[in-house]
Design a protein around this ligand. Structure first.
Ligand code: F1P
Length: 356
């Protein structure tokens, strides 16, 4: 019997399956984001902040601006802004605060500091009423219909897409460069639906990993895939408590590859681009060393034994990177359930952190 058939279902997988509907909230928020972009283009520094999954959404959201030479864009965990970066916030700063709950202690404290420094503050949340409302100048609420699980899944995808579309709108307005993600955001719900059809296949991969006693994971990704692999690694950590980390793709060669020879799996989110030759070299090097690899990719590698989860080839790197979180979330879910964990009751975690 496959893992998908044999186990009880938890809220986490129900949330993941609702990703397409959640992503539709972005089309409804487009007008609002366009209005905000009108006033936001005058800022010289743009900060994206959040905690946990919302920090990874901040990293993803900042990506379209981080690549631009015309504006300084930073993504920071809210706590790091409080501890180390408060001095560089001023009235030329735009701060984008991201929080599913709108209540996380460090995020609210960081936004309060930014407010006192004269920054303009825009919040992104799925909650209409929260403490965030008192500290922001504007709030973009994404009506995804709530999220049942403590573990962030559809909210992560939605907050990541919404903030990266907002960055893309700013980029397009100010620097007049066409940003594919804005149009692509309208087809992402149906692309997400397509990826969700792989649920049984991904559940079988999780079963194989359990059968083969794989208890360590390294998630690898470059560029826009980097925050996504950090989030993928976090999903496994939060639900199964096994050792995982997320790294920039080629950083694996700089130390972590000493692990080759131990039992572990590499989960790689990688897409066709100008660095393809390096990507292919990397995959074949570690395939030849018999490293277990799960590739979420749009590219055929024809290696000896890697497991491939296919992504559509068309669409931008940003779009494909973000969609690659769906198979990672499904993998984490079935791996946890297969190991007898209850992903809806993750040990020591609550919906949000109330004090620090
Ligand atoms: C952020 C967060 C979650 C995490 C945890 C505590 O919450 O760090 O990512 O899963 O359970 O809270 P939020 O600020 O997005 O509500």
């Amino acid at each position: 019997m496959s893992l998908r058939e044999e186990k009880q279902e938890y809220d986490m997988i129900r949330d993941i399956r609702e990703t397409p509907a959640a992503l539709r909230s972005i089309t409804r928020a487009l007008n609002r984001m366009n209005e905000l972009a009108d006033l936001a283009h005058k800022f010289k520094k743009i900060f994206f902040i959040g905690c946990g999954s919302s920090y990874y959404a901040a990293l993803f959201g900042s990506w379209p601006l981080a690549k631009s030479s015309k504006v300084l864009a930073y993504a920071l965990p809210s706590s790091e802004l409080i501890f180390h970066f408060a001095d560089i916030i001023d009235s030329n700063s735009l701060v984008v605060g991201i929080s599913r709950s709108g209540r996380t202690a460090e995020t609210i404290a960081a936004l309060n500091i930014c407010r006192k420094k004269g920054a303009y503050i825009i919040g992104f949340s799925i909650e209409e009423e929260s403490s965030m409302l008192d500290v922001v100048d504007d709030l973009v609420v994404l009506d995804i219909g709530g999220e049942r699980s403590i573990i962030m899944t559809k909210s992560f995808s939605t907050l990541s897409l919404a903030t990266s579309v907002f960055s893309s709108i700013l980029n397009e307005r100010v620097f007049k460069e066409k940003q594919p993600l804005i149009e692509e955001s309208k087809v992402m719900p149906s692309l997400a639906e397509r990826l969700l059809k792989n649920e049984s296949m991904v559940a079988d991969i999780s079963k194989r990993l359990i059968d083969e006693n794989i208890e360590r994971f390294i998630f690898l990704g470059s560029g826009p895939s980097y925050p996504i692999v950090l989030e993928g690694a976090l999903k496994v950590k939060e639900t199964s408590y096994v050792a995982t980390e997320g790294l920039h793709l080629l950083e694996f060669r700089h130390g972590p590859m000493a692990m080759v020879g131990e039992k572990f799996s590499l989960v790689i989110s990688c897409f066709l681009n100008e660095n393809n030759v390096h990507l292919k070299n990397f995959i074949s090097e570690f395939a030849n060393k018999n490293v277990d690899m799960i590739l979420i990719t749009d590219t055929a590698f024809n290696g000896p034994k890697e497991t491939v989860i296919e992504m559509p080839i068309e669409y931008s790197g940003e779009c494909k990177a973000l969609l690659s979180i769906i198979p990672m979330q499904i993998l984490a879910y079935y791996y946890a359930v297969g190991k007898g964990r209850n992903p809806d009751k993750p040990r020591n975690l609550s919906r949000y952190v109330q004090r620090f």
